[in-house]
Design a protein around this ligand. Structure first.
Ligand SMILES: Cc1ncc(COP(=O)(O)O)c(C=O)c1O
Length: 386
């Protein structure tokens, strides 16, 4: 058995079709897309096509797609860009942002930064499955709330938030609504109009595109103050020479992801459900996150009397790549703020493991993992001091 990759929530491989489409933009159509000559025009045309593909999967307009360097920058741009625009309109002390307590660090840390700048941030609690409660959201709104930022789906536990209801509330109170959809794009259809979404973050390397490129969808008419200043690219919202190969890549990845959704979703879901079923047969093993309102590719579970990191290492030795938390944190000594918010105790936090499947995983791999993981757990329990 070749190595098995169950860490698609951290990053995916680049799809060959995506790579092929990108390659000519490194050494053939390498002009600066802002240049007036034909080299520049070729690059600019490719960027237009990519913008169109991305707009199409969101039901957005082409000029509402802003290219960034990835999910982190898109989240920063959304939160700071909107906050700064309100800073100019009303007194800083009266500003109010609502987010959730289980957001990715790209949101949480940006919110903390904004708090240091004088903004007020409310971190909504979640229930034991990781769901934000709509009543809590509505009760948290003040006359000064100008932004709600709640993730579409959680990167650690895969819980899908009630985005449609959140969008309705935001619209009812006239509040701008941003969602970090980094983990949700291409795993569930997203229509920004039906969901009343004003801003939405995408990252290419989670959807079989290249690393270092992302998108912020910004609904026309919404003012976003730039956080990177320069030549005025991207409607003066995000300066910097455009990364043509990366942009071609994310466009192709979105198009492919959209076209393949009716094949990929049932395939991955079937594998995920089979593996969850088999894992839960291990004694004292529990699923983290919601049983049904979860991303098709996400499995997160805790196993009593097991150290998650030891389980990860032993599985890696046997050729299975998994993770204990979000990728940006998994190399630090880390205890998941997400699992803590669900109410898990320290032992449960430390005994958790995340498996995120992808389109290339097979039934054979699921069977192999289903046989191997209980054996590794048994071995670890035998040597566990707990
Ligand atoms: C939910 C979520 N938001 C934001 C990010 C950051 O994206 P990027 O790695 O493109 O900066 C990630 C990456 O793990 C994520 O899972």
């Amino acid at each position: 058995m070749e190595k098995i990759y169950f860490d698609n929530g951290a990053t995916t491989c680049i799809d060959n079709e995506v790579l092929e489409e990108m390659m000519p933009y490194y050494n053939k159509y390498y002009g600066n897309p802002s240049s007036l000559h034909s080299f520049g025009v070729d690059a600019a045309n490719a960027i237009d096509i990519s913008r169109m593909k991305i707009a199409k999967i969101l039901n957005a307009k082409q000029d509402e797609i802003i290219f960034t360097s990835g999910g982190t920058e898109s989240d920063n741009l959304a939160l700071k860009g909107i906050s700064y625009s309100f800073k100019e309109k009303i007194n800083t002390k009266d500003n109010h942002i609502i987010t959730s307590s289980i957001e990715h660090p790209a949101i949480i840390e940006t919110c903390k930064y904004l708090q240091n700048q004088g903004y007020n941030v409310k971190y909504l609690p979640v229930d034991k499955y990781g769901l934000v409660k709509i009543d809590d959201l509505e009760n948290a709104i003040t006359k000064n709330t100008f932004l709600i930022s709640i993730m579409y789906a959680n990167n650690e536990i895969g819980t899908i938030e009630p985005i449609k209801d959140i969008g309705k509330i935001a619209k009812k109170y006239g509040i701008i609504f941003h969602t970090d959809a980094v983990q949700a794009v291409c795993k569930t259809p997203i229509d920004i109009k039906k969901l009343n979404i004003d801003l939405l973050s995408i990252s290419s390397h989670k959807i079989y595109g290249p690393k270092g490129i992302g998108v912020l969808f910004v609904k026309n008419g919404i003012e976003v103050i730039p956080i990177i200043h320069g030549g005025g690219h991207e409607k003066n919202i995000r300066s910097g020479t455009l990364n043509t190969p990366g942009i071609v890549g994310i466009g192709k990845a979105c198009e492919l992801g959209q076209n393949r959704m009716n094949i990929d979703i049932p395939h991955i879901k079937k594998l995920r459900d089979k593996l969850i079923n088999n894992l839960l047969k291990i004694s004292d093993t529990y699923l983290n996150g919601h049983p049904t309102k979860r991303l098709v590719n996400n499995i997160n579970f805790h196993v009593k009397n097991i150290d998650g990191e030891s389980l990860l290492m032993m599985l890696d030795e046997k050729g299975i790549a998994t993770s204990t938390g979000s990728a940006c944190s998994s190399k630090k000594l880390y205890s998941s703020h997400v699992l803590k918010e669900l109410g898990l105790n320290q032992n449960q936090l430390q005994s958790s493991l995340r498996l995120t499947l992808g389109r290339e995983n097979s039934e054979e791999e699921i069977l192999y993992a289903s046989e191997l993981i209980p054996k590794v757990v048994k071995k670890l329990r035998q040597i566990s001091p707990i």
